[in-house]
Design a protein around this ligand. Structure first.
Ligand code: SAM
Length: 206
C-alpha cells in the first residue's frame, strides 16, 4: 500500500489500530532506561505516545499525513505533545537526524527489498547501547494464526529480519522468535479468543 492508500485507510473517526500500545512493546522495553526513541512507521501513534507517557522523548516517522495528524491529536490528548515529534517521510529512504536509544518497528509489512531498506534505516538510527525492537505478523500467521495482511510476500519471520541486519556492525541479537498474541475474533457464536503469531526480534548495538 502506498501513502495515499494508507491515508484513505486512516480517514476514519476512530483509531484503526486502537490507542493501546502493542502488548510486546511494554514487556520488551520495561528494563530499559528512558532516553530518545524512534518509532518507524508509527501510524496513528499508539506506540510512540505510550512510550512518551513512560518518559521517552519520541520521534514518530510515517508517510501517512492522515495517520500522523491522528498521532498529534493522541499525543495532545495524552498530555505528552512536548515529548513527541512527528516526521512525514518514507521509512525506506529517510535519513536519520540523530541516534536513538530505542528504535521500534511495529507491523511494517513491505516486500523484501523495501523491508531490508527500512531495517537498514532502523539500524543506522541506533545509538551505541541502543535497542532495536521489530514486531510484525509472522509468515506462519497466514496459515496458522489470525489477522494480518493476506499477501505472503510482505510477511516475514525472525530469520528474515536477522538477514536484513546481517550487514550491520556491532549488533547483538537478544531475541529472535515467534510469539503468540491473543486476539478477539467475531464468530457466529459470538466473540472468541484466537492466537495470532507474531515475529519478534530484539537486537542491541554494542
Ligand atoms: C499496520 S500499520 C502499523 C502502524 C503502527 N506501527 C502500529 O503498530 O500501530 C503500518 C504503517 O506503516 C506505514 N508505512 C508503510 N510503508 C511505509 C513507508 N514506506 N514509509 C513510511 N511509512 C510506511 C503506513 O502508513 C502505516 O501507518
Amino acid at each position: 500500500m502506498d501513502a495515499a492508500a494508507w491515508n484513505a485507510r486512516y480517514e476514519t473517526a476512530g483509531f484503526v489500530w486502537s490507542t493501546e500500545p502493542n502488548q510486546f512493546l511494554a514487556t520488551e522495553v520495561s528494563g530499559l532506561a528512558v532516553g530518545h526513541a524512534l518509532d518507524l512507521a508509527c501510524g496513528e501513534g499508539r506506540n510512540a505516545v505510550w512510550l512518551a507517557t513512560r518518559g521517552w522523548d519520541v520521534t514518530g516517522v510515517d508517510f501517512s499525513e492522515v495517520g500522523l495528524t491522528k498521532a498529534v491529536g493522541l499525543a495532545e490528548a495524552s498530555g505528552v505533545a512536548e515529548r513527541t515529534r512527528w516526521v512525514c517521510a518514507d521509512v525506506t529512504t529517510w535519513e536519520p537526524d540523530g541516534r536513538f536509544d530505542l528504535v521500534v518497528v511495529m507491523y511494517l509489512h513491505l516486500v523484501a527489498p523495501q523491508r531490508s531498506a527500512a531495517m537498514g534505516v532502523a539500524a543506522q538510527s541506533l545509538a551505541t547501547g541502543g535497542t532495536l525492537l521489530v514486531v510484525g505478523h509472522d509468515a506462519t500467521n497466514l496459515a496458522e494464526g489470525v489477522g494480518g495482511p493476506p499477501d505472503p510476500s510482505v510477511l516475514y519471520g525472525p530469520d528474515d529480519i536477522i538477514g536484513d541486519l546481517a550487514g550491520e556492525s556491532d549488533l547483538m541479537v537478544e531475541r529472535a522468535e515467534r510469539v503468540r498474541r491473543p486476539v478477539s475474533v467475531d464468530t457466529p457464536e459470538g466473540p472468541q479468543e484466537r492466537q495470532a503469531i507474531d515475529c519478534l526480534v530484539r537486537v542491541r548495538r554494542g
